[in-house]
Design a protein around this ligand. Structure first.
Ligand code: GLV
Length: 320
């Protein structure tokens, strides 16, 4: 469902905003000198810019998504497009495409780093070291543990491959409940999530924020966990974040590693900052690169120039 946008459409005026907007616009200019490019920091985008632009390239709307001037095509430099589909959604007549960049390998490294940090108790060893305290403890191996992955797309598959190589048993959970990827020992539908979490040592979430994923890891689901560590590199809204302190306190979760939050930056008064069982990172698990952002945009622009619908059109019904 690409919305109500229709071909043919080959934009000439392109407005690039967001982080790295200068480098991205320079690279687009070099690759497509026929396009007229403006670049702006998000806070500097004016109504006149949006009335001039036919295409907007950026991670988030510079203002309300329903006030995009004459823009007929938005290219998201990120993989997750929730900023364009929620409160308010981008007008259905605007084409929405997303980054073609593969974030799986980087998010898999983020995941493996946290799995080992938690299993090897690195935060508490570092705290003991600060106190010059010799603090022996038992360390269990990652090999032989059970991981439950929420999301079996490109990112979930990359995580599954890494964890399987470490000797984990990897179970996937997805909308369809199927995946033919060899790294998964089994895949179930999301309806099975509440019954699966009790057996998981790791619950790893890499799904986007869509109407069907929002709040999926609810307090009820958390209450069924038996000491899992919860990792989130998807979107904060997938987890009932306000229930996490209780989940940690009651031992439903033994630890959490969170890269994404309901509100970002994570508010300074959030109890998650101070909890020694929680590893916070500032939404860095899968970073857009300039080269990746440019390649994705050019691929879509070239398809439009040929009169074709780009491969990376967002399915607005699914939300990705
Ligand atoms: C990052 O979170 C992205 O969606 O690319």
């Amino acid at each position: 469902m690409p919305g109500t946008f229709s071909l043919p459409f080959a934009p000439r005026h392109v407005l690039v905003s967001g982080q790295e907007h200068v480098a991205i616009s320079d690279a687009i200019r070099a690759a497509r000198p026929d396009l007229d490019i403006r670049n702006r920091a998000p806070a500097d985008v004016t109504g006149e810019d949006l009335d001039w632009a036919e295409c907007y390239v950026g991670f988030r709307p510079p203002r309300r998504a329903d006030a995009m001037g004459q823009v007929r095509w938005v290219h998201s430099t990120g993989a997750g497009v929730d900023a364009w589909l929620n409160d308010p959604p981008l007008d259905a007549s605007v084409l929405l495409t997303r980054s073609a960049e593969s974030f799986g390998p980087m998010i898999a490294e983020w995941t493996v780093a946290r799995v080992f940090a938690i299993q090897q108790q690195l935060p508490s060893l570092a705290a003991a070291q600060q106190q010059r305290e010799w603090a022996p403890r038992d360390i269990a191996q990652v090999a032989g543990t059970r991981a439950l992955l929420l999301g079996t797309g490109d990112i979930g598959r990359a995580i599954a491959t890494s964890l399987r190589a470490l000797g984990c048993t990897v179970t996937g959970v997805s909308r369809s409940g199927t995946s033919d990827h060899a790294a998964f020992h089994a895949v179930h539908t999301t309806e099975s999530l509440p019954s699966l979490v009790a057996d998981a040592d790791w619950i790893i979430c890499s799904v986007p924020d869509t109407p069907s994923t929002r709040g999926l890891i609810s307090r009820d689901v958390l209450s069924r966990c038996r000491g899992a560590a919860l990792l989130n590199a998807g979107r904060g809204a997938v987890i009932e974040e306000s229930a996490l302190p209780e989940a940690l306190e009651r031992g439903w979760l033994r630890a959490a590693a969170l890269d994404v939050f309901v509100r970002e930056p994570l508010p300074t008064d959030s109890p998650l900052w101070n909890d020694p069982r929680v590893i916070v990172s500032p939404h860095i698990s899968g970073l857009t690169t300039t080269a990746g952002a440019v390649a994705g945009f050019i691929e879509c622009a070239d398809a439009l120039a040929r009169g074709e619908m780009p491969k990376w059109v967002v399915d607005r019904q699914r939300g990705y």
